[in-house]
Design a binder for this molecule. Sequence first.
Ligand code: PGA
Length: 336
Amino acid sequence: MRDIVWGRADTVVWLDYRLAVIMGQLVRRTWRRIVTREALWSGNRESLRQTLFSRESILLWALQTYRRRRREYPILFDRRPKLMRYPIIAGNWKMHLGRVDEALAFVRRIRYGLNQIEGVDRVLCPPFTVLASVAEVIRPTRIGLGAQTMHWEEQGAHTGEISPAMLAELCQYVILGHSERRAANNESDESVNHKVSAALVCDLTPIICVGENLAQNEAGQTHEFVGGQVRAALAGLTMEQAQQCVIAYEPLWAIGTGKAATPADANRVIGLTIRGAVAEMFGETTAQAVRVQYGGSVNVENISAFMAMPEVDGALVGGASLKPDFVELVRRAALV
Ligand code: PGA
């Protein structure tokens, strides 16, 4: 349940109590009328009356009803703080729209529509070369900006790299450990872990990508492999830091193939494997707080089905984020 309204339990208990009091008063009044008319009134009956309709017994009745309702509707009485998971849709442009003129033309086209949508975080992750220009164009809006990778060190002799502090001037998010980078740029679980910590220190929200390949999926190793990636990426974080992370479950066989995972499978892996791993490390509250997206061939047609899954808090969208109907995709995500 995404949003459980506070105070429902209190209302139920209060109504039960009021009902008990009113019923008690009614019964007591009726009883009094009967007993005053009743000539054969005895001390025994008086004590019976007191036992049945005294204030204590009414309270006891209310308490029993409260306990019964707690058993029947535990969700109403869940006293843990409710952490609403705000949905987040991020568009990963990859190595596309990297020229300033084309990027700005596209952003100007979708900017108004994206900004109008309520109830969902929307983030654009363009290539490095256009980050500054896009940042300028979306500054007056509520659209977020993210990079697609970064180095974990603040500065140094790392030719071609970008540091978290450099990004923090422009962006609020950074995609880390995308499978394409893990495969082609030798990003290891360890380097992803360094990057996650470094991003958080600079107030960047990491979008941590995890996901199994087809062979692992077919061999039934998804749980073990994806769980391991999550544990490695979050190692050494504090509970507060872990809660700020966004995790993207992206099965490799679904990326760019047009063959998305089924919403039910994505829901199961996110709920059992990803939140399960987070719960083992940081406890259930953190597992329930962390936002987990699904990614891999998400489009306008299937976004609603993914968003309808209780464990899915959004999507990391590749190809479909390069088209103007990305606005429609985000709108549909916000409607669920
Ligand atoms: P896709 O890419 O939506 O084009 O499958 C997703 C991703 O790589 O993040």
